[in-house]
Design a protein around this ligand. Structure first.
Ligand SMILES: [Zn+2]
Length: 411
């Protein structure tokens, strides 16, 4: 009976531990930025592990690496499962790696039990999820979201991208050729660590992601007047730092009180002229806010800009607003969420619906095919750090939910 099927936890652990040695750091994490020596070594290991498992290896123009289990040679539809093997600098062992290893383990389990699904299965390692070079690069390429200009002016710098692609045997042209037709995909499933404390705090086994938040960003400039910091009285100053600081505090209060599903961040303030003895004439504020809901986004946007105006006026300052861009929230498939919930119930695991505050490859795939993510609890919520840890039992629970959901979707 397929409902009694479970992944081989020991085999999965052996693979996970081998992978964690590649790019391992003294602090217990891994350092595998995209197309670094360690990342290329991890990709090579994954390819060999696929072949050792008797699965078919596949790569595309974006450098995505996949294991393929053909169940129906005549069926062109593929159910994708996966995550990423790259890491942030000095990252943890679980981010991305858990999703790739558990996806591979699902394919091995289905294969050794001789189950013939109605779709083919593919366990994929997406290129550059973390954004060393571009961010969500491999998944954006598959989903036709990758545009030539994104390769010309990438966040990691064009030179680094060109050098990295060369090391991996890729090019701009190959990257842009990796798009897949919508009808070729039956869905996308991903297991990831939560990277927050909600599951651990609530003592719940599995988080089922309802949406991946969107991000809007602005540069706000509070503009006053430079004056002598010793001779100008406090009353006479047009101090730009007061507007910027006051806005930062008030934005926190606003989100805490009125937008409980959102977060706001002032990540940077640049002071000009920027000296001990000059009243700040101008402060540029890097503002970012995130929401899982488009309507809420618009309300938060209006409220934050109004607040910035109010705070500027209060201190006699001028306000300049520069919109820097936005990513819309990605809504996960209702059908897949329901299947994840059913799988959890059948496995006797507790589950809760939550949003993802971090970006993931599922964002790229959400408008291409039915997409759904699950989270396993992160101890102390630590992530993007060598302290990142998820109990092995929780990793295995997540892999079994992934397996059972793949079976439900593929039957
Ligand atoms: Zn990740």
């Amino acid at each position: 009976m397929t409902k009694d099927l479970r992944v081989n936890a020991d085999r999965m652990l052996a693979s996970f531990n081998q992978l964690a040695l590649i790019g391992a750091t003294a602090e217990g994490g891994v350092n595998r930025p995209t197309f670094s020596e360690a990342h290329l070594a991890a990709r090579k290991w994954f390819r060999e592990e696929i072949e050792r498992s008797g699965l078919e290896f596949h790569t595309d123009g974006a450098g995505n690496h996949s294991a393929i289990l053909t169940c129906q040679p005549s069926n062109i539809q593929t159910l994708l499962l996966g995550s990423h093997l790259d890491s942030v600098p000095d990252g943890g062992r679980f981010d991305g790696a858990l999703g790739v290893i558990s996806a591979l383990e699902v394919l091995r389990t289905v294969k050794e039990n001789g189950i013939r699904l109605n779709v083919n299965l593919e366990a994929i390692d997406f290129t550059d999820e973390e954004g060393t070079l571009v961010g969500l690069l491999g998944s954006a390429a598959i989903a036709s979201h990758l545009k030539p200009e994104m390769l010309q002016n990438p966040r990691g710098g064009r030179e680094n991208l060109v050098a990295g692609m060369k090391r991996a045997g890729l090019s701009d042209e190959s990257m842009l050729s990796a798009a897949r037709p919508k009808e070729s995909l039956a869905g996308y499933l991903e297991l990831h660590i939560e990277q927050g404390k909600r599951l651990e705090r609530a003592g719940i086994n599995i988080g089922i992601v309802s949406a991946i938040v969107g991000i809007w960003s602005y540069r706000l400039s509070f503009i006053g007047r430079a004056d002598h910091a010793g001779t100008t009285t406090m009353e006479d100053r047009l101090d730009a730092s007061l507007g910027a600081s006051s806005f930062t505090l008030a934005a926190r209060e606003l989100v805490l009180k009125e937008f409980p599903n959102c977060v706001v961040n002032v990540g940077k303030m640049d002071f000009a002229p920027g000296a001990f003895n000059i009243v700040p004439a101008r402060v540029d504020v890097a503002l970012e806010f995130r929401s899982p809901d488009e309507e809420e986004f618009k309300r938060l946007n209006t409220a934050l800009l109004l607040l910035a105006n109010t705070e500027a006026t209060q201190f006699g300052l001028e306000l300049k607003i520069e919109f820097l861009g936005k990513h819309s929230p990605s809504i996960m498939s209702d059908v897949v969420q329901k299947m994840y919930a059913d799988s959890c119930e059948a496995l006797g695991l507790t589950h809760v619906s939550l949003t993802s505050g971090a970006g993931h490859d599922g964002q790229s795939l959400a408008d291409l095919c039915p997409t759904g993510m699950i989270f396993a609890p992160s101890v102390e919520g630590a992530s993007h750090s060598p302290r990142e840890f998820t109990k092995w039992e929780d990793c295995v629970n997540g892999a079994n939910v992934l397996l059972q959901t793949a079976l439900r979707l593929g039957m």
